[in-house]
Design a protein around this ligand. Structure first.
Ligand SMILES: NC(=O)c1ccc[n+]([C@@H]2O[C@H](COP(=O)([O-])OP(=O)(O)OC[C@H]3O[C@@H](n4cnc5c(N)ncnc54)[C@H](O)[C@@H]3O)[C@@H](O)[C@H]2O)c1
Length: 449
């Protein structure tokens, strides 16, 4: 902590910060923990999809309080979550049903509680149904901004044919503390060939997961989280980070592979390392990344090339090798590829043209790969972290850093574990129906979210 930070976080500094409107950020709920209060289920029609998914999660549910007057009625006790089954909603007038259950809930939700809406994505149901699908997105983003106390709001688009088994990992993730820093966004779940029967606490048991940039920061958190979920870890980082890499790998009983991912033979060396252990790869997590920030007018070819090569081109070369079915130690069928993008790539960020190019490229890459890999049951997704407290962001000047920290709906920076948990959700074998998605882990960044 710098001298300025020490002053800022001192008792006097905190008082000054509170006066300036910078209140203490809410404590988030983390880990494989469900909300404490009741889970309230509000079906807007006859669908039992969400009720059956909650049953698979082993969660009982209660009926909602419905607003029908000037004064919103309240819940007796604080509720843990409101889950709305809006999969029958097709008309604008049906949105009123959502308002009527949301209004009492936004006031009655517990600290770090959850609002979750499950809906159809539109497409094929006519203009009004498409408008409604999009209206739900607007509602979700807005409710997320209005909730207090670390509570979050999520919209899940369940495609026609998606079963409770297809939804169980997503609803489990969203309700649990694993999704602490994922707020105000929507993603898609499609029907999968292999549906899950329940939420598994160690879904990666014995499966090989390769994590690049694993020596520190977000990469080290990914290693710990996937190992907690049962994974056999291969931790990759540059030789210069060898000491930290060995420590992280040893901590979880994994193996370390010292490797610069931009090397021509990087993919082959990863595959050889895995093949030597008689395995194939369940998950390839492309986390290694660098920044070389300058406004474009000062960005020369070297600054451009190094960032684009580490953050994007190296991933593509490695994927090509690992996805070749003939590669021993390559990707297993039903495997998982996860790229680490950034909200800088989605929203743009002054001084980061090279970085934004590479990170938006990662998003484009997984969206393009997903349909091509579906026949093998391999999914390709990306996470886009916002402001996460790591060595990378510790280099940002303090005042600017404090502004970034506060510029999201949860008024704080995220923790590396928040990114790691989201990746854990994506690589869970039960997340088979989640592919081609880019999930932001940004607390609903006010810019670009
Ligand atoms: N920290 C944030 O707020 C934030 C926000 C958005 C995205 N991200 C992304 O998350 C990822 C991890 O970020 P972090 O904050 O933990 O960064 P970090 O700098 O703390 O760690 C990155 C790791 O990648 C390794 N690495 C770099 N180049 C490599 C190469 N050529 N081969 C192998 N390993 C290499 C480094 O040695 C380091 O251990 C990066 O892709 C970053 O762009 C971070």
């Amino acid at each position: 902590m710098s001298a300025l930070e020490k002053a800022f976080y001192s008792p006097v500094g905190r008082k000054v910060a509170a006066k300036a409107g910078l209140a203490e950020p809410p404590r988030l709920r983390r880990g494989r923990t469900f909300p404490q209060g009741a889970i309230v289920l509000a079906p807007l029609g006859p669908s039992t999809l969400v009720a059956e998914t909650l049953a698979l999660l082993g969660r009982a549910h209660e009926s909602p309080v419905v607003d029908d007057g000037d004064e919103a009625p309240g819940y007796g006790d604080r509720i843990g979550a409101l889950v709305v089954d809006a999969t029958d909603a097709r008309t604008v007038s049906e949105l009123e049903g959502l308002r009527a259950v949301l209004r009492p809930a936004v006031r009655g939700i517990e600290r770090a509680g959850r609002i979750v809406v499950v809906a159809r994505p539109g497409g094929g149901g006519g203009w009004e149904a498409d408008a409604v699908a999009r209206a739900l997105d607007g509602i979700n983003r807005t409710v997320a901004k209005e909730l207090r106390g670390g509570a979050t709001s999520t919209l899940v688009y369940a495609h026609e044919g998606a079963t409770p088994g297809d939804l169980v990992s997503t609803l489990g993730f969203v309700l649990q503390g694993r999704s602490a820093f994922v707020d105000g966004q929507a993603w898609h779940v499609r029907p999968a060939a292999v549906a899950a029967a329940a939420l598994d606490a160690r879904p990666l048991d014995g499966r090989v997961c390769v994590v690049t940039g694993a020596a520190r920061g977000i990469g080290a958190a990914i290693v710990r989280t996937l190992a907690r979920d049962g994974a056999v870890i291969v931790a990759v980082d540059v030789p210069a980070a060898g000491e930290g890499l060995a420590a992280v790998a040893n901590e979880v009983g994994g193996t370390a592979l010292q490797l610069d991912i931009t090397a021509d033979d990087a993919g082959a060396r990863i595959a050889a390392h895995v093949a030597a252990r008689g395995a194939r790869i369940h998950a390839m997590v492309h986390n290694a990344g660098i920044t070389r920030d300058k406004i474009l007018v000062n960005t020369d070819a070297a600054r451009w090339g190094s960032v684009v090569d580490v953050n994007l081109a190296a991933q593509m070369r490695i994927n090509d090798v690992l996805l070749d079915p003939a590669t021993e130690g390559g990707m297993a069928d039903q495997g998982r590829i996860v790229g680490v993008a950034s909200t800088s790539g989605l929203a743009g960020n002054k001084g980061q043209t090279n970085y934004a190019a590479s990170k938006a490229g990662v998003a484009g890459l997984v969206i393009s790969m997903a349909p091509d890999l579906a026949a093998r049951g391999i999914t390709a997704n990306a996470v886009a972290p916002g402001f996460i407290e790591t060595d990378m962001t510790a280099r940002i000047p303090f005042v600017q850093r404090e502004v970034f920290r506060r510029s999201n709906s949860l008024s704080q920076g995220g923790s590396p574990v928040d990114v790691a948990e989201t990746i854990g959700y994506l690589v869970d074998p039960a997340s088979q129906g989640v592919t081609g998605q880019v999930i932001r882990v940004c607390g609903q960044n006010l810019v670009g979210a």
